[in-house]
Design a protein around this ligand. Sequence first.
Ligand code: NDP
Length: 432
Amino acid sequence: LHRNPGETEFHQAAKEVLECLAPVVTKHPEYVDAAVIRRLCEPERQIIFRVPWQDDNGNVQLNRGFRVEFNSALGPFKGGLRFHPSVYLGIVKFLGFEQIFKNSLTGLPIGGGKGGSDFDPKGRSDGEIMRFCQSFMTELYRHIGEYTDVPAGDIGVGGREIGYLFGQYKRITNRYESGVLTGKGLTWGGSQVRTEATGYGAVFFLNEMLKTQGQSFDGKRVVVSGSGNVAVYATEKVEQLGGTVVACSDSSGYVVDEKGIDLELLKDVKERRRERIDVYAAERGAIFVPGGSVWDVPCDIALPCATQNELDGDAADRLIKNGTTYVAEGANMPCTPDAVKLFAEAKVAFAPGKAANAGGVATSALEMQQNASRDSWSFDYTEDRLADIMRGIHDRCLETADEYGSPGDYVTGANIAGFIRVANAMLALGVV
Ligand code: NDP
């Protein structure tokens, strides 16, 4: 802690992983001898830089940019960029740390990293977003590359931003290096299913959890938080599998729609018009609750898909009292440690983000494969690969939890399985 003062979210994420590793280091003292855990907690490289840009009124604005290259034992650093005013080093490090284990769990050759800026895209014009992205990339370009570090999107960074970032990278380097970023558009090197992948993947994971208990989505009431990329496509897949999403949210409040969320309208409001969730409620004739907590809405399944620490102990308590039996984290670390503890005590089946939301980065790795082979796969083929990967992660978590004496515990399973693969690679690569 004293090495990284004030980095609250990083401490939280690291503690959660380290608490699960006691049985592993007992069985494998070689990890301790090689200081694997200490090395894992220290990023290989952290870059912090100035991002100046001009707004539409000609005023010079200033933001701070970050890229934390955490661990590259398994492959090039890989992880998204987040543009949100709350971004600081502690958030980027928590996300980068989680990313190491998540990427390891996918079984694909990708290391862990994360980046972003405290830039707030809300209310900014298209031109301002473009100028910001260009300025951000003017520094970032020298640190990234197909074999080095491959950023993608996250909160506040979607297809539009990846386009501006890629355009600037291409201009500065004079290279059409498709493999340098993922989440690209389909006509310029992107992959089918990447947009849908994190939300779809979380629901595939949950579907495997349901199956292990002889259940399905049929007739289940589901609440999703957020209404961004992950939330929208989680909702889409739940509806395809027979469940009903009765509520979703954004930072202004939540909407309750007992008929089930109208996905076309939600996409129109959120993706095309970039409006707030109350606009959806008004046009749909659904209930809008300003502020408040979407976790007050009774449901069988809760899918937190907005942001870190959005579901605390009180919210978990209400969900449990209202009969929720499954929770899968579409977002990164949306449940606080108190909430996770309460779910475990109440025997709520709980999937941690590093397993449940790994479908996004897995499909990014599939995008890298397609870029490397100058190929593009069909939607169905790519979706099948995603479903296979999620099934594999699910089974790996359960098998590992069993092996280390915590049957049915997805948190322990994910942390240990993710750790062992990267730790073995670190041992093989020597003290570097
Ligand atoms: P988006 O920016 O597309 O959407 C984020 C959603 O969460 C919005 O509805 C936003 O509401 C809401 N939100 C964000 N911050 C807050 C906050 N502080 N309080 C309340 N609501 C908030 O992001 P994504 O959907 O891409 O990401 C969502 C989560 O999923 C993040 O934790 C991200 O790290 C994780 N994730 C994303 C992946 C991806 O492929 N995109 C991959 C793996 C994980 P508003 O618009 O009002 O801010």
